[in-house]
Design a protein around this ligand. Structure first.
Ligand code: COA
Length: 161
């Protein structure tokens, strides 16, 4: 079970490489300004990262008026190749869900990246309980009630527990 904890500055170079090697994140230097970020550690090494906005008025911010109100929005996730299919991605989402619940939000939303590996990404998000809502197509939104993510057995462990 990975340890999920807040990002610290010493993680920046590993996170930068994780994002860069997955064609995520545009800049040369990692800058988490304005983001909420958690990392996953296995045996003392950072093997995963998730960037999110704990408080996001998704519907209004990007013009989706039919969307439920303020919630938590998952921006970016990456897990090192060698650590995949071991539950790290699921644990990162579970920690975001736990924090969302603590903050009074009931829903996680995200827009999976298009392009290569889109089917794998969707399979992952579906396995974690997310479903498409609104019209399908590029930029389509997916979401999941926080309670469903937290109801999955084995997703409750977080840093310090
Ligand atoms: C998507 C990603 C974050 C998943 O991380 P992970 O740690 O491998 O995911 P988990 O091990 O927690 O997977 C949970 C479940 O999702 C499903 N799943 C995960 N990856 C999958 C894949 N490539 N194909 C099909 N199903 C997949 C499985 O059902 C899996 O459970 P199982 O292994 O018991 O069958 C990782 O593959 C990754 O970093 N991909 C590249 C970057 C990316 O696409 N990020 C997401 C969009 S920003």
């Amino acid at each position: 079970m990975p340890l999920i904890r807040d990002l610290v500055q010493a993680d920046y170079s590993v996170v930068e490489e994780l994002l860069y090697s997955n064609h995520l994140g545009g800049g040369r230097f990692y800058d988490p300004e304005g983001l909420d970020v958690v990392v996953a550690e296995l045996r003392g090494s950072v093997v995963g990262v998730a960037e999110f906005q704990l408080h996001c008025d998704f519907g209004h911010d990007i013009g989706r008026e039919a969307h439920p109100g303020e919630q938590t929005f998952v921006l970016t996730m990456a897990v090192a190749h060698a650590a995949r299919r071991g539950g790290v991605g699921r644990a990162l989402l579970a920690e975001i869900a736990r924090r969302a619940q603590e903050a009074g939000h009931t829903f996680l939303a995200l827009v999976p990246q298009d392009g290569g590996d889109a089917a794998d990404r969707q399979a992952f998000f579906q396995a974690c309980g997310f479903t498409l809502y609104g019209p399908a197509g590029p930029g389509a939104a997916w979401g999941c009630p926080v309670s469903e993510i937290l109801a999955v057995k084995g997703t409750a462990a977080t840093a310090g527990e």
